[in-house]
Design a protein around this ligand. Structure first.
Ligand SMILES: [Zn+2]
Length: 256
């Protein structure tokens, strides 16, 4: 068993990989983690027969639909949520991520800057518990055409194709149907961020701001937050159902 905890994250170069002390590892956990966060699932056992979570269409869409179709059980255990008490920042050159206190919401503001003209500079901000997140969860991972060979050399994305990623070559998107939404690139990065934040084990009340980050920065940020108990509080909610403010209803509505 490998807990999807930030302290077990062993590789963040192309995806989020977790490992345990026996060398068992599972890669690409972030879209599944994002789907679990989005659906309000904080207790689940995932069985997997390989070391990479299926990439599916490169988004969290199918996880959301399938988990919803199977159904969820409401448990009697109190719900715990992390509340951030102090601003914490992690920088790596031009790339930066910060987390700061919020009263009741989880806001994620993300910006990416690519030299590629199709991806370019994209920015989006979401309130994770209140906004319609369908576009976030439907947004696919993306790569530059020239990077595909490098990814395959690392043994990942062996089935990598236009079926499970947006592939950008110079001024063109190679996928026949183009983009699913106008900010699909940055929206996918927000999905990754939600999934990676969930490796703290709880949903969260905070403001997160990230410029040009990804799995590495989010993991470094969580490590920094949780190394000092003054940085956060664990809020316990006794009700069996989550209060309206901390679960997003738009996903449930859209697939009901
Ligand atoms: Zn991703």
């Amino acid at each position: 068993m490998v807990l999807p905890n930030f302290s077990n994250v062993s590789n963040t170069s192309l995806n989020t990989t977790i490992s345990n002390e026996f060398g068992v590892k599972v890669s690409t956990i972030e879209h599944l983690m994002g789907a679990l966060f989005g659906l309000g699932v904080d207790n689940a056992l995932i069985e997997i027969d390989n070391e990479e979570v299926p990439i599916l269409d490169g988004s969290a869409k199918e996880f959301i639909e399938k988990i919803y179709a199977v159904g969820l059980t409401v448990s009697n255990a109190p719900i715990k949520i992390i509340k951030i008490n102090k601003k914490i920042e992690f920088k790596d050159g031009d790339r930066v991520i910060s987390i700061s206190p919020s009263r009741v919401s989880l806001e994620i503001e993300f910006e990416l800057k690519y030299n590629n003209p199709v991806i370019g500079n994209q920015k989006n901000k979401v309130n994770v518990f209140e906004d319609d997140l369908n576009e976030i969860f439907n947004s696919r991972t993306f790569c530059l055409y020239e990077d595909i060979e490098a990814i395959k050399k690392n043994g990942l994305a062996r089935g990598g194709s236009l079926e499970n990623a947006i592939v950008v070559k110079e001024n063109n998107i190679l996928n026949n149907d183009g983009l699913r939404n106008s900010k699909e690139f940055v929206n996918h990065k927000i999905l990754d961020c939600i999934g990676d934040l969930f490796t703290c084990g709880y949903r969260m009340i905070a403001n997160v701001k990230c410029s040009q980050g990804g799995h590495y920065l989010t993991n470094k940020l969580l490590r920094k937050v949780f190394e000092n108990k003054d940085n956060f509080s664990i809020v316990e909610i006794q009700e069996r159902n989550l209060p309206h403010t901390v679960i997003n209803r738009s996903l449930l509505r859209s697939i009901a």
